[in-house]
Ligand binder design. Sequence first.
Ligand code: NFS
Length: 658
Amino acid sequence: MPEKTPKTVVSKILAPKDVTSCDATAQMVAKARRDDVELCFDRAANMKACPIGADSACCKHCSMGPCRLNAKDPYGKVGVCGATIDTIMARNFGRMVASGAAAHTDHGMAMLDLFREVVNGRITDYEIKDTEKLLDVAASIDIETEGRSIQDIANDLYAELERTYTQVEGEIPFAKRVPEKTLETWRKLGIVPRGAMREIMELMHRTHIGVDQHYENITKQCNRTALSDGWGGSMVATEISDILYGTPSPVVADVNMGVLKENMVNIIIHGHEPNLFESMMASVNSPVLVEAAKAAGAGGINLVGMCCSGAEMMSRHGIPHAGNFTSTEAILCTGAVDAMGVDIQCIKQGLAKVAECYQTPLFTTNPRCHIEGATHIEFNDHTPADCTDEIVIKAITRFKNRSLPVEIPKITNPGVHGFSAEYITYMLGGSFRGSYTPLNENIINGRIRGVAGVVGCTNPRVKQDWVHVELVRELIKNDVLVLQTGCSQIALAKAGLYTPESACLAGPGLREVCETVGMPPVLGMGSCVDNSRILIAASEMVRTGGLGSSIAELPAAGAAPEWMSEKAISIGQYFVASGVYTVFGVTFPIVENTKFHKLLFNGLEEQGLGKWGFTPDPYEMAHMMIAHIDKKRKALGIDKARERVLVDMNDRRQIDAA
Ligand code: NFS
């Protein structure tokens, strides 16, 4: 290794097989240790999590502190200002929601900026690709579409969606998509978002020292802010991306580190906004650059994705995906990555050191995200090729000068991805009678027990992918149809569950539906902002009928079993506020047996919303979700149908066995 190798691996560390259930990542962890290179797994082992911080029992919002309370005796002490444990935890939680919501809404706003410039003709590298989606989105928020030009509709859509961010009074535009009864509950509670900027600002204000000191009132603003993310910023990001780049429909794609090719110039794009990736697609297909790669001795240029923009591009275009959050450093150990370009969010600073060790140029591209030690080439939507062409040229140079050994894990997992909410309509109903009716019918008759959203990060505090995979296997075995996004989708793809053949792992009812339609029992919907697709699917299920009149009545549940980011907390809170029982793993940043804990885990449900749950154990998590689904089935009066279906299937099995 080069002499500059930064830091010797210290640790008393776990074996590679124990830090990840991803074989490719384990192979690279072993290589990193041979090469004396430190990865996130090693840092996690060497950094004991602060127990007081983990419980959110400390406050450092002013200089009278920081104040530390005792989780074992939570009401034994208060902060210097008198803040109780409930105020402190609610303030910390609120700031996580504000930060997570800000990340998604800023991403959505960047997409909207791009859309405005495309519509007014100042940007010509992108165009409106999906006019059908444009019309659908416009109609969904009452913009007149009949007999009008695309240009006029697009202008109106921009003006309307801008309100998602800037409006100071009223309701955000996509509130019109919320099922009536759910919206009524929000109105009654005073939590319909006005505009994301206002909600985030107000939440930051209220969590300042000496402002909101009632955990219930802070939680109310948490709900309002989180909803401005889910039904606001995130939903705008998804819808505008679909309009500009196309709404996903099923596509076969390879996942895992084996998508790197030894004889190709390998470029990884990792981050969250699709613009950089879309432009990189154009650059790697430029005949001049392809020729340059060949002149350097390569077979061509190989573009792959990681993390969320990777999941989005895979869903939309079938671009191969190399791995999720916890694998982004490990993949550099292959020595085969000729350039990594990043934009925003979930970009570990540790990448810079690992990239240096393996002589991989690391490029930051977004004005919001620079990293010390990385090269910054700013990406500008008006001249995107300036950035992406340069990255390709640097990658070709690196390929030509490769001097380190290359070791690529020979593992790829093909699967079917790209199930948008729109495609589910078509998939189950066909093009002439496309609707959610067949899905609802299969839930009502009990073949499908319910629907679960399993989403979110991986986290080096737990064995990578393992909780996701075990949870999802348990859910589908029990006839629960699973919808996925983000790093969780990649975990299951690597476990091979994205093939229609994996329907054999599902319970008899779900299996029958999957085999009839030819779909996997696990449907991948894209990146984390695409969790908005799950909200839209849930709203469609309510609207279609037979499953209650609010999202809270659906036999549905959500989970982020290996979460780590503040974005995940915002997502969890907007699912809860939308009416969904949402279970998190790893750890939960709240002290148990406190008033705030009771509010999040029970009280919100009594207000007509959803509620939080927590367990690090995937099997327990699955059965908590299934019990909730069964409770909802019973309340809807459809529990008997399911019993009949199961008796039928048992009978059938006995007949088969005889
Ligand atoms: Ni979501 Fe995407 Fe992954 Fe977690 Fe990070 S990439 S936005 S936050 S780690 S799922």
